[in-house]
Design a protein around this ligand. Structure first.
Ligand code: ATP
Ligand code: MG
Ligand code: FE
Length: 345
């Protein structure tokens, strides 16, 4: 069974193709991603109209390239991101997926983007045991209990304000590191001292909700620190130290809460997913702390952590493997789809 996945929820046009084997494992056959990130750079953030137009231009060529790389004429099933995401951007991928599914006369699955960020890990690390997943991206920060990828994910907690990736982007902007901010801040932190500045760890007090996050206080603390430096007449900000100390605070909170969630739920595996898990410190701290706590850690390689089509194809393969009925071609995209809904049908 060969499944194609189409992703267009933000600024990446992704088309991925996987083969699902009878034992439930998945093999990557093609992974095409066209990004409009450079076109948004001068605006300092994703401009929805530009993203939609870029998807329109990129989608058919990306599909042709993916089919040619996989060496197939058509897949056996088609999965698409139906939400959450930008309304106009989602529409392009969903319209393309419906048109191709109708033309090829193959089943169509309307899937949750966030579930894809978790499912993609099975391509690298095989079938997923019951686990806790920490999902961190530009728009989302969730702790999820995953019993089985073919069933809805159970939400344990989420951010009450900014997403972790959003905090990276905002702090990077404040430090003049450009856009996209996450990778730039990660690079700037390499030569910095993570203990140079004691930034706050939000929602880690004894009375705070165990599995929720808050990053806006941290973002404000960085802004206050920068203002204070300017007031004191400091001409050159210690950018590497600020970046490293901020990154340390984010990684500390994320990994501490993820491990606590895994222990509370009683699973022995932690899975990381979403664009911000490409961050080197989040990855290394998760490795150290999972080893110390006796948990198995699974993190996809950075290319699979950011938005792509393969993650939707992988989720499609699991949903199909779980016996789900296809979605009707009449389903509408849902920009606000909750993480607990894996498939819209
Ligand atoms: P969604 O939230 O719907 O999944 P998205 O486009 O924001 O959408 P991703 O592509 O998964 O999702 O993630 C992009 C985010 O990841 C951005 O906020 C970006 O700054 C962040 N990011 C990417 N690489 C790094 C990195 N090395 N360190 C920190 N953050 C990073
Ligand atoms: Mg993106
Ligand atoms: Fe994403």
């Amino acid at each position: 069974m060969i499944v194609m996945g189409i992703e267009s929820s933000c600024d990446e046009t992704g088309v991925g193709i996987v083969r699902r084997h009878p034992d439930g494992s998945c093999e990557l056959l093609a992974d095409e991603v066209a990004s409009s990130v450079a076109e948004h750079a001068r605006f300092g953030g994703v401009v929805p109209e530009i993203a939609s137009r870029a998807h329109l231009e990129a989608i058919v060529p990306a599909m042709r390239r993916a089919l040619s790389t996989a060496g197939i004429v058509a897949p056996d099933a088609l999965a698409v991101t139906i939400g959450p995401g930008l309304a106009g951007a989602l529409l392009v991928g969903v319209a393309a997926a419906k048109a191709y599914a109708a033309a090829w006369d193959i089943p169509f699955y309307a899937l949750n983007h966030l579930g894809g960020h978790v499912a993609v890990d099975t391509l690298e690390h095989g079938p997923m045991p019951p686990c806790v997943a920490l999902l961190v991206s530009g728009g989302h920060t969730h702790l999820l209990h995953v019993e089985d990828l073919s069933r809805p994910l159970i939400e344990l907690g989420s951010t009450v304000d900014d997403a972790a990736g959003e905090a990276f982007d905002k702090v990077a902007r404040l430090l003049g590191l450009g856009y996209p901010g996450g990778p730039a801040l990660d690079a700037a932190a390499v030569t910095g001292d993570p203990a140079a500045i004691a930034f706050p760890r939000g929602m880690t007090g004894p009375r705070d909700a165990r599995h929720d996050f808050s990053f806006s206080g941290l973002k404000t603390a960085v802004a206050r620190y920068v203002e204070a430096q300017h007031r004191q007449g400091v001409e050159e900000l210690p950018i590497p130290d600020i970046a490293a100390s901020f990154q340390e605070a984010v990684a500390d909170v994320l990994t501490m809460k993820a491990i606590r969630a895994a222990q509370d739920v009683g699973v022995d595996t932690l899975v990381l997913g979403g664009g911000a898990t490409a961050n080197t410190r989040i990855r290394s701290m998760a490795e150290e702390r999972c080893a110390a706590a006796g948990l198995t850690l699974r993190i996809p390689k950075p290319r699979l952590c950011t938005d792509n089509g393969v993650m939707i194809a992988a989720l499609g393969a699991h949903v199909i493997g779980g016996g789900a009925e296809p979605s009707p071609l009449s389903v509408a995209s849902d920009p606000g789809l909750p993480v607990s809904v894996s498939q819209v049908s």
